[in-house]
Design a binder for this molecule. Structure first.
Ligand code: ZN
Ligand code: ZN
Length: 317
């Protein structure tokens, strides 16, 4: 969808609102008119997130904070792969809208922007994989661009709703996409409050508000981000290519462990509509196992595996 008309005369309060409202931010004039220039001010939260990890020097760590870090990594990684990727981007299973929203909120708490933004860019990636038009191909010496660069420009800050004819009318997803900062900020605040309550009421845990913010938010979110991003960067450069695809996607077992199955990326490019990305029994695909279990209890309905995935060895159970 074409961007809405740019705001030519911002009011005094516009920059403040633009901190939380992506629609408004995207309509502010681009400095120098260059859509491909890096928008540094918009990256401040990204840098703060990484710097926040250094806060561990002052807060120290407790087993409780480490556990919160791991649990929030797992929850949000699952939400990214199962909801942002396998549901919103590929519609490889059906789920009730309330569940999709809960999952999208959880994924958005990983600060990888909103659900429609994520899915639109991903669909575009599949349409143009490693060709002109792919926003984050690492080929031709663009490793760092594919890992942390591509999302820093106005062109890629926008959500291209034309990629999402099946989703763009869902008001709840439009809202979350517009105010995506709500999810990570509410998680951050909840962690601080929880830590302060525990510091007073359960001193034996030896935790605090700031310690949970550092480990539960900064460290955990940074890990989720870089591991997810490695699917774009590393997984198009290193690993096996059992299937001939028109891109350079690879299978990388250790990344599949960390990403709950996304590291079987060559399998995925070979058959993007398959909810199961680990085709063989030994190709560990945690997201699929969880979705399969969710189907058993009636929460979701997996779509039949495409013939291509079945011929490649994938089984639905
Ligand atoms: Zn890819
Ligand atoms: Zn995909």
């Amino acid at each position: 969808m074409n961007p809405r008309s740019a705001i030519q005369k911002p009011s005094v309060l516009t920059p403040l609102w633009a901190l939380v409202d992506n629609d408004l931010r995207d309509r502010l004039p681009v400095k120098g008119g260059d859509e491909d220039a890096i928008e540094w001010p918009r990256l401040v939260p990204f840098f703060l997130l990484h710097l926040g990890c250094l806060g561990a020097i002052w807060t120290g760590v407790s087993w409780f904070a480490a556990a919160v870090c791991v649990v929030l990594y797992g929850l949000r990684m699952f939400a990214i792969t199962a909801v942002y990727h396998r549901y919103l981007s590929h519609r490889s299973y059906d789920a009730p809208r309330w569940l999709v929203f809960v999952g999208a909120w959880t994924a958005a708490a990983a600060a990888q922007r909103g659900p429609l933004w994520w899915a639109a860019h991903h669909r575009r990636h599949h349409r143009h994989s490693d060709q002109e038009g792919d926003s984050h191909s690492p080929l031709n010496g663009r490793f760092w661009w594919s890992h942390v660069g591509w999302f820093t420009t106005r062109r890629n800050f926008r959500t291209d709703l034309e990629q999402l004819p099946d989703l763009r009318d869902r008001a709840e997803l439009r809202w979350l996409d517009r105010f995506d900062v709500a999810a990570p900020l509410s998680l951050l605040a909840a962690l601080y409050v929880l830590g302060e309550i525990l510091a007073v009421n359960a001193p034996s845990l030896e935790t605090s508000g700031w310690q949970l913010v550092v480990w539960g938010f900064c460290v955990s979110t940074t890990l989720v981000f870089h591991v997810t991003s490695m699917v774009n960067s590393v997984c198009h450069l290193f690993g096996a290519r059992p299937w001939q695809t028109r891109d350079q996607s690879r299978n990388l077992p250790w990344l599949a462990l960390l990403t709950f199955g996304e590291g079987w990326h060559n399998n995925h490019h070979y058959c993007p509509g398959s909810v199961r990305q680990g085709f063989r029994w030994w190709q560990f695909d945690l997201s699929f196992y969880i979705l399969w279990t969710m189907e058993r209890v009636g929460l979701v309905k997996l779509r039949p595996l495409p013939a291509r995935a079945r011929v490649a060895g994938a089984r639905s159970a």
